[in-house]
Design a protein around this ligand. Structure first.
Ligand code: GTP
Ligand code: MG
Length: 195
């Protein structure tokens, strides 16, 4: 698939106030700073579409981007950001969970994991919750340009082994780089199957 048009369609804090058109949604979630917003920009070929930052905790709202006038990419706030108050973190957690469980249009959730490190406890806990609630998801290993090809491959194999301690089957998995564009076509083609 090719994205020929990507437009910001609105920010919201809950399902009731999201953009009104009922179109399929593909959402991006993961730890704060993992590269959700950068990946959305890379997929859309527009570095200014979603706001990115080297400081974690940039995205604090649910942002919808209307793609090809027919489906939405949804940029969610990151989870696990330490440098905010307990109350703020709990509010964000609730915002994310309510959205994921409540949005009837959500087709698939991409869970982003930093390819440089072992998949973390907070990611595994989040993924377990998806399993318990029957939410379809795929995993994207981000920042693939930061490791050499062999180290990247080894790290992903390690993460797969960690996941297989909890899961009988692995979900669909991708490796991406917002710097080089790696993974773009694979991810877009995967989305296309659902539309
Ligand atoms: P929050 O909105 O804070 O949850 O973060 P986010 O997950 O949206 O991350 P964001 O896209 O803002 O990126 C965080 C930082 O990582 C920025 O400094 C990006 O430039 C950098 N980054 C994101 N993706 C990549 C990548 O594929 N390669 C490299 N080298 N850097 C990346
Ligand atoms: Mg962001």
């Amino acid at each position: 698939m090719r994205i020929f048009e990507a437009k910001f369609a609105g920010s919201s804090t809950r399902v009731a106030t999201k953009p009104g058109r009922k179109l399929p949604e593909f959402a991006f979630i993961g730890r704060s700073n993992v590269g959700k917003s950068s990946l959305i920009n890379m997929l859309c070929g527009n570095s200014k579409l979603a706001k990115t930052s080297s400081t974690p905790g940039k995205t604090k709202l649910i942002n919808h981007f209307l793609i090809n006038n027919s489906w939405y990419l949804v940029d969610l706030p990151g989870y696990g950001f330490a440098k905010i108050s307990k109350k703020e973190r709990e509010d964000l957690r609730k915002m994310i969970n309510d959205y994921i469980l409540g949005s009837e249009e959500m087709v698939l959730l991409f869970v982003l994991v930093d390819s440089r490190h072992d998949i973390q406890k907070i990611d595994l806990e989040f993924i377990s919750g998806l399993g318990e609630n029957g939410i379809p998801f795929a995993i994207i290993f981000t920042k693939g340009d930061k490791l050499g090809p062999n180290a990247l491959k080894a790290q992903i194999e390690k993460d797969k082994a960690i996941l297989l301690e909890q899961w009988e089957e692995l979900p669909a998995m991708f490796t991406s780089s917002s710097e080089t564009g790696a993974g773009k076509q694979e991810i877009l083609d995967y989305i296309e199957q659902y539309i």
